[in-house]
Design a protein around this ligand. Structure first.
Ligand SMILES: [Fe+2]
Length: 266
């Protein structure tokens, strides 16, 4: 009698475990799908921003890798990179950011609201990705505490935001925007050095400018599909920046999904 009872109890426990595991995987897929949808929304609203955030994610991941971050921490860096500027697609900022003239002080004041606006957009995802809200909110904080929106200082700024801040500045300097022209790699390196210890985490700047990371960054900049606008075989215009795969998606589900196919043309 006792062995039968033990068997029944064991079978029930295994069933509960399997159900919980299935529910957990489903929740992961749902979270990943939600983020992909948001990334699609960024692309649909402003393809330049879509390309910018992907490049920033690639640079930031190289820096995170060199800094010895764990896989979990690197995924956080990737997410914050991809959504750091989501606040810029807000209706209140769209016209300002797409105006080719130089930004007025009032316009700059409005633009500086984008970290807060972005964090608010992502707030419902806090339960899935606890670091996303504060990472996006903090990506314009400065090492010396003079950044925005909260004036957070030094190591109190989340590490993912300190990494994204460097990658973001590097991309902003080396790629043209509506209101600024691209400058050379050398100019970008000089700007990072100038901000070392004031705008940026000094240790992370040193790491980003190390030969190992710079070699990887140069590889990203010249990777196939990394320049210009390209067409796929059907003649549709596709993202020209290197694309990223949402690596936190369970491998089995990713293989089944057609979205696993890279969207970039090589
Ligand atoms: Fe930003």
């Amino acid at each position: 009698m006792i062995p039968i009872f033990q068997f029944a109890f064991g079978a029930a426990a295994a069933l509960v475990f399997m159900r919980q595991r299935r529910a957990y995987r489903r929740a992961l897929r749902l979270g990943a799908a939600t983020l992909e949808t948001l990334l699609n929304a960024i692309d649909a609203n402003d393809e330049d921003t879509g390309r910018h955030v992907r490049r920033v994610a690639q640079y930031a991941l190289e820096l995170a890798d060199a800094a010895g971050l764990s896989e979990h921490e690197k995924r956080c860096v990737e997410r914050v990179s991809l959504f750091h500027d989501i606040g810029k697609i807000h209706e209140a900022l769209f016209d300002i950011l797409h105006d080719q003239t130089k930004l007025t002080p009032e316009a700059w004041k409005a633009v500086r609201t984008h970290p807060k606006r972005g964090a608010e957009v992502l707030d419902p995802l806090c339960a899935f990705y606890p670091d996303l809200y504060v990472g996006v909110l903090s990506h314009h904080e400065r090492w010396d505490g003079t950044g925005y929106p909260r004036g957070t200082k030094g190591l109190r700024i989340p590490q993912c935001a300190r990494i994204v801040s460097i990658a973001d500045a590097f991309d902003a300097i080396t790629h043209s925007r509506l209101y600024s022209r691209a400058r050379s790699l050398r100019a970008a390196r000089e700007a990072l050095l100038a901000g070392r210890g004031t705008q940026f985490d000094p240790d992370l700047v040193d790491l980003f400018l190390s030969p190992l990371v710079q070699e990887a960054v140069a590889g990203i900049r010249i990777a196939p599909g990394g320049r210009g606008k390209k067409l796929n075989r059907r003649g549709d215009r596709v993202q020209s920046a290197p694309d990223l795969i949402f690596r936190w998606r369970p491998a089995k589900a990713a293989r089944r999904s057609p979205r696993r196919q890279p969207r970039t043309a090589s």
